[in-house]
Design a protein around this ligand. Structure first.
Ligand SMILES: Cc1ncc(COP(=O)(O)O)c(C=O)c1O
Length: 384
């Protein structure tokens, strides 16, 4: 059966809106990441899509995990809680990072027993860490350029490179241990210079600290790895080549390199099927009202600056249409400019590809709409 036939079959069984996660594609994305960045330990950024089944598939692939909160930590921890004590400790230390630079005191108190790896970017955080979680290994997050990235990070996170040595010194003076440095070049980073500049900054700071006798041994290059949402996006393979040669130039073999990809692993692994529930011409333009919107699976349009794609199952003469969500809020417009057949009817379906990241993760129940049903296809023969 072709892809559209398979989608329709699933819709027949489950209804719409239907969010379909293809686990074979997830595995392929994870393996592609590993293949092109063989020196990098891959920590899946759970925030991109925290569906438990996704974590499970990646756990089975031996992925490591970047968690933002205690709850995300527990979503991973459930797979290792039966390990014997030392193995459990080793797993948390080796394969989980708390990449949120600001952690509240309660969270720190709860994670102290696990001896976690955590990021920080300011001195107030050090004081909190010392008081509530002094077992942690620390990673100093640096502010780096995020020019041209779809989602910028530098305005909220990262120590100024000029403050880095002082923040490292302060941590050691307090009896804490800094393991390395990290950065995030902004999400969906298609400007690869951001990575090379960031690596230079990280390398300079790390080597300066080592010269001063601080035993830093890791560089965490964050997320940002771009997804081929459109044909203009530069290839991941090309980024891999650039990064591998920069790693060889900047970092001797005893320095571990980590990354926290979210979008790259999960975006292309999901497809959404929505249904047209209303149709009107407004100021001459066809408005398709569908049963999913920006408060639900298309939340990425708001939070992720995502430009969604829509495809019809039926052919027909196309024109520029609007596609809007089901809520009473006029803000719930997904796109005012989508080329679609103008002759679609109520009851027809649309599908949206590459919607796995920052979509269901930030969906609400606004106006009493539940949001899409999520299903998981596991085998190599499934669609995609
Ligand atoms: C600290 C951190 N790491 C990793 C990620 C994942 O980034 P991406 O989805 O661009 O790979 C994010 C995204 O917000 C983040 O904040």
């Amino acid at each position: 059966m072709d892809k559209l036939g398979e989608l329709l079959k699933m819709v027949e069984e489950h209804g719409t809106p239907l969010f379909i996660v293809d686990h074979e594609k997830l595995r392929r994305n994870y393996r592609t990441f590993k293949k092109h960045l063989p020196r990098v330990q891959c920590y899946y950024a759970v925030k991109a899509n925290s569906q438990q089944q996704i974590i499970e598939t990646l756990f089975e692939e031996d992925s490591s995990f970047d968690v933002a909160s205690y709850n995300e930590f527990m979503q991973v921890y459930q797979y290792i809680k039966h390990f014997e004590k030392q193995k459990k400790k080793d797993y948390v230390w080796d394969k989980i990072i708390f990449s949120n630079t600001i952690k509240d005191r309660t969270t720190l108190g709860k994670i102290k027993q696990y001896k976690p790896l955590v990021t920080y970017d300011n001195s107030a955080e050090l004081i909190k860490l010392k008081r509530y979680c002094d077992t942690a290994g620390l990673v100093l997050r640096l502010k780096v350029p995020d020019t041209g990235s779809q989602v910028e990070m530098a305005s909220k996170f990262g120590a100024e490179p000029g403050d880095a040595q002082q923040l490292i010194q302060q941590a050691f003076d307090m009896g804490l241990k800094v393991e390395g440095v990290s950065f995030h070049v902004g999400s969906q980073c298609t400007n690869f210079d951001n990575y090379t500049v960031a690596l230079d900054i990280a390398g300079t700071i790390l080597h300066d600290a080592r010269r001063k006798g601080f035993p830093l041994n890791l560089v965490d290059i964050g997320g940002g790895f771009p997804v081929p949402y459109d044909p203009g996006v530069p290839q991941f393979e090309q980024l891999g080549k650039i990064l591998n040669s920069e790693f060889a130039r900047l970092f001797p073999d005893d320095i571990e390199i980590l990354a926290e990809p979210g979008r790259f692993i999960v975006a292309t692994a999901a497809t959404l099927v929505s249904e047209i529930i209303g149709k009107a011409r407004r100021d001459g333009k066809v408005f398709y009202h569908i049963n999913d919107g920006v408060y639900h699976t298309f939340s990425g349009v708001v939070y992720d600056h995502w430009i969604p794609n829509f495809h019809a199952f039926k052919g027909g003469e196309s024109e520029i249409c609007a596609v809007v969500g089901p809520t009473c809020d006029s803000f719930d417009k997904i796109s005012l400019s989508v080329e679609l057949p103008w002759n679609l009817d109520v009851g027809d379906f649309l599908y949206t590809e590459n919607i796995g990241a920052y979509s269901t993760a930030s969906s609400t129940k606004f106006n009493g709409f539940d949001g899409a049903k999520i299903i998981h296809t596991k085998d190599a023969a499934s669609h995609g």
